[in-house]
Design a protein around this ligand. Sequence first.
Ligand code: PLP
Length: 408
Amino acid sequence: MKRFEDLSPSLRCIMTPGPVEVDPRVLRAMSYPVLGQFDPEFTDIMNETMGMLRELFATNNQWAFPVDGTSRSGIEAAMVSLIAPGDRVLIPIYGRFGHLLHEIAERCGAEVHTIETEWGTVFAQEEIIAEMRRVKPHVVAMVHGETSTGRLQPLEGIGQACREMDALLIVDAVATIGGVPVETDAWQLDAVIGGTQKCLSVPSGMAPITYNKRAEDKIMSRKRVERGLRTADAGDEDIAVVRSNYFDLGMLQDYWSPLRLNHHTEMTSMLYALREGLRLVLEEGLEARFARHRLHERALVAGIEAMGLQLYGDPDCKMPMVTCIVIPDGVDGESVRSMLLDSFGIEIASSFGPLKGKIWRIGTMGFSCRGNNVLRVLGALEAALLRHAHPLPAGLGVQAALDIYEQK
Ligand SMILES: Cc1ncc(COP(=O)(O)O)c(C=O)c1O
C-alpha cells in the first residue's frame, strides 16, 4: 500500500498583495463541525454574515453575500448577471486587473470600450466621465485598488456620473475592502466585489459581493428559475437569460433570501471562516483598521527609502496596503525573492506583464499588516540585497521604520 506523509506546510511570513497570513481564530473556525445547508442553525449564520457584510461594504443594500469561488468568481457573477449580450460596457484600465474585466466583459458578449492610462498612475475622474459621455455605456466596470501597480482609483465622481447617465457601476474592490474606505452607498456604487484573501485575512475561496436595487432590477429582468425547481410554467423562456448558471445572481439571491431556493451547496467551512474574519474586522473597527494599514505603510515606506531604494508609481494614488519597489539595476529580482523565502521564510511578490522583473510588490494587508512583519521584511531585504552585492547604508531601513513606530 502506498503511504503519504502528514502535510506540514512551513510557517511563512506572507508579505504579498494576497493571499496573506490568516488569523488563528479564522483557522480555528474552519475546523468547526459541518452543518446542513438548510439547518436553521446554518441559515442563521448565513443571515448574520449578510448583516456583517453590509457593515463592511458601508451599505444598506438588501443583497450582500459571498459567491463561492475565488474573488474572480464574484467579479464574473456581477458581470455576467449585469451585462446582457450587446450592452455597451466601458472599462478604464490602469493595470492587469482592468484587463481581466475587459476579458470577462468580452465573454459576456458586450460591446466593450476601453480607455487606458499608463501603469503606475490612475485616471482623473473627469477623463472617465468624458468617455462615458461619448460611449453612453450601459455598464462601467473598474478596479478600485490595482494590486499589479499598487494604485488606488478615486470613484465618487464616477458613481455620481453613472447615476446621471443611467449606467451601472461595477467595482472590483477585491484588494481594498477592509483596508481603506469603500463607501458603497455614499459613492453610489451599484455592485461591489470584495476579496477574502487580502485585507480580510481569510483564505481564498469566497467572494463577498453587494449590489443595490438598480442592479437587482436588471438582474430580475433576466431571471429564469431552474427547470428542476419550477412549480408551474414560468413563461420566462424568451428573456436574455444570464449565460451562466453558477454565477446567476438572480438564483444566488433566491438562495440567500428567506425562500432558500436550492442552488449550489453552500461552503460551510468557508462561511465560518468568512464570518470569523468579519467578526475580527468589526471588533477592531473599520476606522482603526484603516489607520493600522496607513501606519504600517508609513513604516515600510520610510524603511525602503532609508535603504536608498526607489518606490514605483505616482505617490499621490498609492494604495496603503501595496508598496511597489523598483528592482535596482544589476540586481536579479527573482534571486532576491528566492533568498527571502528560502533563508528568511518571507514571501514578497513580483508583478505582471510590462512590470514583470521590474518591480517587487510588498503587501501589508490584514493580519500580515503588523509591525514585526514590517521590521522582518526590511531587515531581510537589506541582508538579501547586501548578499547580492548591492551597496546599501546597512541598518538604516529598520531604524527608519522603528522611528515611525516610536513617534506614533
Ligand atoms: C484587484 C484584484 N482583482 C481581482 C483579483 C482576482 O482574485 P482571485 O485570484 O481571488 O480570483 C485579484 C487577485 O489578486 C486582485 O488583486
